[in-house]
Design a protein around this ligand. Sequence first.
Ligand code: MG
Length: 422
Amino acid sequence: MKKLIALSDCNNFFVSCERVFRPDLENKPVMVLSSNDGCVISRSNEVKDLGIGMGVPFYKVQNIVEKNKVNVFSTNFALYGNISNRIMHILNEYTPNLEVYSIDESFLDLSGMDIEKIEKYTREIVKRIKHEVGVPVSIGISQTKTLAKIASKYAKKNLNCLGSKYIDSSASDEYLKLIEVKDIWGVGWALEKSLNKEGIFNALELKGSDIGIIRKKYGVSLQKTVLELNGQSCINISNVFQPKKNIIRSRSFGQKISKIIDLQNALSTFISQGAADLRKHHIQTNTLSVFIRTDKHRESDQQYRNFFTVTLPHASNDTILLTKTAVEALNNIFKPNLLYKKAGIMFSNIVPESDTQFVLGQDLTKTEKNKPLMKVLDHLNMKYGEFALHIASEGEKPKWTSRSRLKSPNYLSSWDELPIVK
Ligand SMILES: [Mg+2]
């Protein structure tokens, strides 16, 4: 049986999400900015045609934006996450073996299906997602993940594919020729220069390279890429939940802050979000780190950065305990009279809840006491929005929040922001 791996990739995902609720923006230039409205992170095809690059700072293209009446949005991750979930649920109906690779990409194992009909079949999936969710996707199918990625890129660029392209590994050369090495999955710009020096500029040339030399010079992961380009599947679809190694929450502030209370507000919010994430995945953290820093781009400001790590007496996902610990950690590193630009928290040494070992002398009445409260907290915040019930130290009107002046409403996760039919 020939292996069949499909990659489903949403087209211009964040822009497409914004258009779901603003159909008037179809065929008009639309782009989405990173947090603090800093850089361009998603572009409609019309914006790409204007020559606006990926990742460029917004202020550098502001003229082009105004002249061409580009519709600009701040990121709205709540909305994008929600739409992404809906798409993944639909994809999951077509195979139990689904790997959610990123917010807009998934691998599907379709082995056993009739190769002759695979494009027709996946076109139906593309149609269904467009119809039910409103987002355009491109699906590439081949014998390996690396080739499926290349096929989906081809499907996206060539409208006559109607959203889906099958590339058989034995007949892939004409497509591989078109792909620059830096655009191959798992290669990237970091390796581009040295591969170019070896005379390898495109995917076909990498496919034909000497596997022994590649392994020796670049290691086993590039060797796998070469094998995958040759049709030999080396990277399996993994649908098992991998416990997270670390959870990090951090943000650049919308305005610089100097008071400890404002930093406390920010850190408390990061802890709340991170702890909710721990509970959602039934995991706990053993270690908590807190970090703060001034604006490294403002050389005229006095510079300072520091972090503080606390090993907890026992693993926990209790917002109240973790917040108290973070506030104490902050007290250890905070310096007054500085302008802080960024702060964050990190949970590490994460273990499943079921693995938790009780420590001798641990006061169970204290550590277990908050569990029902955390359940209520998660339930209410799910129902009424993330900030409905929160720890007092998060503050009421926090100063630190990012600038996102151009954010669209949370159409799917907030009753107050539902679209209104006129
Ligand atoms: Mg995409």
